[in-house]
Design a protein around this ligand. Sequence first.
Ligand code: PLP
Length: 421
Amino acid sequence: MTRDAPARHLWRPYTQMRLAPPPLEAVATRGTRIVLADGRELVDGIASWWTAVHGYNHPHIAQAVADQLARMPHVMFGGLTHQPAERLAARLAALLPGDLDHVFLSDSGSVAVEVALKMAAQMWINRGVSGRTKVLAFRGGYHGDTMGAMSVCDPEEGMHRRFGAYLPTQIFCDLPRGAVETAALDAALAAHRDTLAAVIVEPLVQGAGGMRMHPPEVLATVARLARRHGLPLIADEIFTGFGRTGSLFACEQAGIVPDILCLSKALTGGTMALAATVARTEVFAAFWSEDPAAALMHGPTFMANPLACAAANASLDLFEAEPRLTQARAIADRLAEGLEPLRRVPGVADVRVLGAIGAVQFARMPDLAVLKAKLLAQGVWVRPFGDIVYLTPALTIDAADLDRLIQAVAATVTALAPAST
Ligand SMILES: Cc1ncc(COP(=O)(O)O)c(C=O)c1O
């Protein structure tokens, strides 16, 4: 086993280390561009896994982090508190719908999901109800890479399918897109009611499961059925939160208030790792007790890191001061205009746009290495996976860079079209 010198020590994400070409070296970021060590500048089509909503290096966020760095980069959160976290929690509570008022901070999306699952399970324990240990999740879903989060990802198509025997078994249903699926979901909830602790859903878009979108009515049906069966609904807005779907939170479009909501990714404007699991008062009330053992038993070392909270507060300032939602809707229009014609290209199965998310699905699995190379050759940073190529740019992207991304995707998809005979 020989490894190239630069690749000797780092073990890379989702990467077959033996086969993968060496990664590109990034040396700087600015706006919606990534600068490589060889001098190339790429237009970023995916905002670093959907995080950098304001573009990279936004001066307002950079200044807030620098100021915080000079004062207090980190302090433990057990027994201590600080203004950046207090302020962030109050602002999130004010922005989120309904009484989603109780904010638990952690350090990554997967952990936010773990905390949500644990909150739901412990809520039942604290209420003196035993046996409610399972979660109902949806096929096509993705919720992260840690144990609990993996267990609620799609068990057959998802990237964690090989771990079946290792994970807690959960209940899976199709999203209720029609009467048949709605009846099946209702029946599954009734059948498993006494063992279920919660229902978990990605509102409006199943992201890493393939950018599969569903209308707000489907989400409203999920919420209605969870409520009918007395189950808390966990909305995983780690991808959809902060404007990505055209509203600040995707749940707003269905007019629902989930019982627990997870945030991460764009929470700090893509600057640092931070996540939040936010609960409604009824969930929180199950933990409010004279019994110390009824406390939420979770506490990541770097939870509520002051630098990350400062970045998140600065990011929220930008959502207040700048027209991010208008920008997201303008991106949606341009994505629809630019990508829709690709439906007619042979080999394209579907084109989907929602907010600042545009996806083109191939009828057959493409050669991802070829696809990636063709995109890169056009000076764009786009990471197709499975049978889709998608764009989720910064909400601040200008028209010229957005058009460059769309044109690169269009040219690549067209170049890969099977020759018609
Ligand atoms: C909907 C959703 N939930 C959870 C996660 C996991 O987040 P993280 O990678 O920060 O652990 C992701 C990441 O892509 C996600 O899209």
